[in-house]
Write a protein that binds this ligand. Structure first.
Ligand code: HSE
Length: 435
């Protein structure tokens, strides 16, 4: 049995986990694959770390290009992250005829169209199960398990850091900053946690899932992205009183005129499964025409869960390495020459329901003015909640709307904010019933 020789670029949290899991389960994995998968070379700027992590069983270098160009290497695992040097290394590995396994969602979201084209031209695989949903095999499901279906929509919690922060804020009353520091200490957050808390990491993952669901290019630039930094505890509590949980949701929906592509904090009814996904766990709900809804749940970040997905990709590559490139599963689930140019809908055209919180004067006729504005915009109210006025004779008024468009809600908000009896900006959160 000739071993498959693997070069590992980056032996940090996920790289270390990959090395550990592969070493620990090598016998079992070999029984599955039919040949051993062996990490023979490791590149990391911290060569001492790499040496201690591998215990001398792999050759260590600080020159990653020495690995991507090594004729003895069959597969390169890229776990450096970012889209600077990682892009050069992945393109170099492809140019040198290596198959690539990567967890780098940022790289694929921003440069995926270029990288997949280069891989197709060279006849190699770029596998990226670990890029979305950590250890959850969601890429496998979208590309293979659901292949019979026309996918209608996807809604997912795909960032463990923000889900962890929102869970800690709700359950334990922990501050945003403390919860973020804890997520970083646990190795969930990106090197730059702005990507997590501003929703960018979730947008990276959403653009990849949408491409595989709808057969469109990777449209990262067109994802509407809003993070959790402006979330106030008061909205988490009002949402709970109304029977909802607040989650950072990544949503893509196929509409007649195009696709919706958005990441934002979102109320979800507390009795749907996804509302109960807590901590670093991720979940992706896929609605498809034949199978109906399917839900994929598991650890969305962390060393060994992500390593599980990296190694699953290694096994896939090992099984397909001698197959004709045309017979492999296409990178983005659809044949590369069959991608459609379905547009991404502007946010104004998005259809959903809304949570709106406003502070109104405690005077006769104030609610009548507000509800008149909703009626003028053809917005139907689903539920409302009014807090007793405090000493300042103004009260929080929270409205849940039925389905409407973002355009109508924005117009209503502008009109409400211009009333002399409105004492605050209107807080807008979107809401998905997921039914
Ligand atoms: N920072 C990411 C998260 C890691 O928190 O989900 C996994 O992609």
């Amino acid at each position: 049995m000739t071993p498959l020789r693997i070069g590992l670029l980056g032996i940090g949290t996920v790289g270390g986990g990959t090395y550990d899991v592969l070493t620990r389960n090598l016998e079992e994995i070999t029984r599955r694959v039919g040949r051993p998968l062996v990490i023979t070379r490791v590149a990391d700027l911290d060569t001492d770390l790499a040496k201690s992590a591998t215990g001398g069983s792999a050759e260590v270098t600080d020159d990653a290009f020495a690995v991507t160009r090594d004729p003895e290497i069959d597969i390169v695992i890229e776990l450096i992250g970012g889209y600077g040097i990682a892009r050069e290394l992945v393109l170099d590995a492809i140019a040198n005829g290596k198959h690539v396994v990567t967890a780098n969602k940022a790289l694929l979201a921003v440069h995926g169209n270029e990288i997949f084209t280069a891989a197709n031209d060279r006849g190699v695989v770029v596998a990226f199960e670990a890029a979305v949903g950590g250890g959850i095999p969601i890429i496998k499901a979208l590309r293979e398990g659901l292949v019979a279906n026309r996918i209608e929509w996807i809604a997912g919690i795909v960032n463990g850091t923000t889900n962890f922060i929102l869970s800690e804020m709700r359950d334990r009353g922990v501050s945003f900053a403390d919860a973020l520091a804890d997520a970083q200490a646990k190795g969930y957050a990106e090197a730059d946690p702005t990507f997590d808390i501003e929703g960018v990491d979730a947008a990276h993952k959403l653009s990849l899932m949408a491409a595989m669901a709808f057969g469109v290019p990777v449209y990262f630039e067109d994802v509407y992205t809003e993070g959790i930094t402006a979330i106030e505890g008061v909205d988490i509590r009002y949402a709970e009183r109304l029977g909802y949980r607040l989650k950072l949701l990544a949503v893509t929906i196929r509409r007649e005129a195009g696709i919706e592509l958005r990441v934002h904090p979102c109320l979800v009814p507390e009795d749907v499964l996804i509302a109960n996904v807590e901590g670093v766990m991720n979940a992706v709900l896929v609605q498809a025409d034949a199978v109906g809804p399917t839900l994929y749940y598991g650890a969305g970040a962390g060393s060994q869960p992500t390593a599980s997905a990296v190694i699953a990709d290694l096994v896939d590559v090992a099984r397909l390495i001698s197959a004709d490139p045309g017979e492999r599963v296409p990178h983005l689930a659809f044949q590369a020459d069959q991608l459609s140019d379905t547009p991404v809908l502007p946010m104004d055209d998005v259809q959903t329901s809304y949570y709106l919180r406003m502070r109104l004067a405690d005077e006769p006729g104030v609610l009548a003015d507000v509800t008149r504005i909703f009626a003028d915009e053809s917005i139907s109210i689903d539920a409302a909640l009014q807090q007793e006025p405090g000493k300042e004779l103004a009260a929080d008024f929270v409205v849940l709307t039925h389905m409407t468009t973002e355009r109508a809600v924005r117009a209503a908000i502008a009109a409400i904010e211009s009333l002399p009896t409105t004492h605050s900006d209107v807080v807008l959160l979107r809401m998905e019933k997921l039914s």
